[in-house]
Design a protein around this ligand. Structure first.
Ligand code: UDP
Length: 250
């Protein structure tokens, strides 16, 4: 038996447990607190809605460590997150939430699906950040939606959509400044939010914030330091993640 105690949470037989949920990059397990879950970061990388898939040693470790640094920093800046505590190399304790089925994307510079959809050259900076929603449903291919769709699909109320956008812009401001200190330019990122199980009126940041979910370019060279290295087969994928973690720890 591998008994791991973290600030009063007993996580028995950590290796023997069955996850209550398994996603593309993470698995969720129960703890002895019904409102707290253990989130395990996996080594798998996926792109293009799971069509491209490969395992990379240490990927879970890098993304967990980067998310932890970012969530602690955001909490200190007044942004509520699902983070409860650190556990080990690849596990965090998180508050149980019901995930709002929206992918909230903030863009500072044109790239990815924006460049493709709008025919705007990658690297074109926006005058102001763009916030957009996708409806989280793999079978539909996470379609682009607006607040009215979100309301009618029962994903979030109009008031919640407004609050979510405000929160996303605040996170963008804090992250831009934070990454810039690490000589990284925040091109765009995706966040997910959840309603706390213990109080569903409270919405907090959930999921990860890592080079899997952010586009990060080196300020001087413009080198891509994120999942685009995997999507585009550029090589040096984990080296870039290690470099991001190293810069954020300095
Ligand atoms: N993103 C993500 N998960 C998704 C879709 C997008 O984390 O399912 C992130 C992506 O890494 C990028 C930002 O959201 O930092 C904007 O992605 P975009 O819409 O350009 O889509 P992509 O080019 O990734 O298809």
């Amino acid at each position: 038996m591998d008994i791991l105690g973290v600030r009063g949470y007993n996580l028995p037989a950590i290796n023997d447990m069955e996850p209550i949920y398994e996603g593309k990059a993470k698995r969720l397990f129960t703890t002895d607190d019904p409102n707290v879950l253990r989130m395990e970061y996996k080594d798998s990388a996926t792109a293009f809605n799971g069509v491209k898939k490969e395992d990379f040693e240490n990927k879970g470790r890098f993304n967990k460590a980067i998310t932890l640094i970012i969530y602690r920093m955001l909490e200190a800046r007044g942004v509520a997150t699902h983070l409860v505590d650190d556990v080990d190399d690849i596990n965090l304790l998180v508050k149980k939430v019901s995930i709002i089925p929206l992918e909230v994307i903030v863009r500072n510079v044109a790239a990815g699906s924006f460049s493709k959809r709008m025919g705007v050259t990658e690297g074109t900076a926006f005058k102001k950040p763009i916030v957009e929603f996708s409806y989280k449903d793999d079978s539909l291919g996470d379609p682009f939606i607006n607040d009215d769709y979100a309301r009618e699909m029962g994903a979030a109320t109009e008031e919640e959509c407004l609050n979510i956008k405000k929160m996303a812009l605040l996170v963008n401001d804090v992250l831009c400044e934070f990454f810039l200190k690490a000589n990284l330019r925040l091109i765009d990122f995706k966040i997910e939010l959840g309603r706390l199980a213990e109080d569903p009126t409270k919405i907090v940041l959930a999921d990860e914030i890592s080079p899997d979910t952010c586009r990060l370019w080196d300020v001087e060279t413009g080198k891509k330091m994120d999942k685009d290295r995997f999507r585009q087969g550029l090589g040096g994928f984990m080296e870039a993640y290690a470099d991001v973690l190293d810069r954020l720890q300095k």
